[in-house]
Design a protein around this ligand. Structure first.
Ligand SMILES: [Zn+2]
Length: 270
């Protein structure tokens, strides 16, 4: 069967659900990834990389395209499909200055582009950001809105249409725990009751412990964004769940959905 992940920037995929993507590719499913932008506004933190050598804009985008291609290879999924939008940057004021930024694009046009790709891939399952974009990035919220619209409008323009839409999610407890561990970081400002969900809302918990190495390699590939392997290990070793399981909430379903929490996103999909 086929799974399509739809995100905004290079690195969104591996942090949201890299283990799940690796697992399904390994189990013989076709796993594709749409990335709306090339992440042209990302900050370079690797000490061996000179930010001025890759100025924000097309040059930085090319660097990140290569990094995402390496991540896809590490995860064992198909090469990324880009929608060719421009990264809006962070905070939102950056994108407000740029009429070409993804956040300023026509939402119906984005939906149409996604529909085109859904029409050629025909995935049973789609994964995208939740309505809060994991931590509120405007591009994450924008891709959520367009992918959600495309999931539903697909039903009137193609058969078969995708059957399930999932959002990677963290529980309130997980967000609280991150705040404790990473006091002072951007994650520590997140309100757990907005950016986390109740335990009962989790519809699927995917065991990715067998794919921890691939996920780690997938994160390493985004070296401009996260730095040396030592730095990444330090960052991630404080999040033991990161390599054990990934959790999802249901964004939409065509047909029935099992009553119990799933340990396989394809459970009940025909
Ligand atoms: Zn992102």
């Amino acid at each position: 069967m086929k799974l399509l992940a739809i995100f905004a920037h290079p690195d969104d995929e591996v942090f949201s659900c890299g283990g799940t993507l690796a697992r399904y590719a390994d189990e013989g499913h076709q796993v594709s990834l749409i990335c709306a932008t090339r992440g042209e506004e990302g900050e370079i933190v690797h000490p061996d990389m000179e930010p001025n050598s890759y100025p924000k804009g097309p040059e930085r985008g090319l660097l990140r395209v290569d990094e995402l291609a390496a991540t896809c290879k590490a995860l064992g999924i198909s090469p990324p499909i880009f929608l060719d939008y421009q990264d809006s940057g962070f905070p939102i004021e950056v994108g407000l200055q740029n009429p070409q930024a993804f956040m300023n694009a026509d939402i119906f046009k984005i939906e149409e582009k996604i529909l085109d790709r859904i029409g050629s891939i025909h995935p049973e399952i789609i994964i995208t950001f939740d309505p809060h974009g994991m931590y509120g990035h405007i591009d994450h919220i924008t891709i959520h809105r367009a992918a959600l619209a495309a999931f539903w409008s697909a039903g009137s323009v193609m058969q078969p249409a995708p059957q399930r839409l999932y959002y990677p999610a963290r529980t309130i407890t997980q967000v609280e725990e991150m705040q404790r561990r990473f006091a002072g970081s951007s994650n520590s400002d997140l309100d757990p009751n907005i950016f986390g969900v109740s335990d009962d809302s989790i519809c699927a918990q995917i065991d990715i412990s067998g794919y921890a190495d691939r996920k780690r390699l997938g994160v390493y590939a985004h070296r401009s964004q996260f730095g040396t392997e030592e730095r990444i290990n330090e960052l991630l070793d404080g999040r033991p769940d990161f390599f054990r399981f990934e959790t999802f909430v249901l964004g939409g379903a065509r047909g029935g959905f099992p009553a119990d929490r799933l340990n396989d996103l394809f459970d009940g999909v025909s």
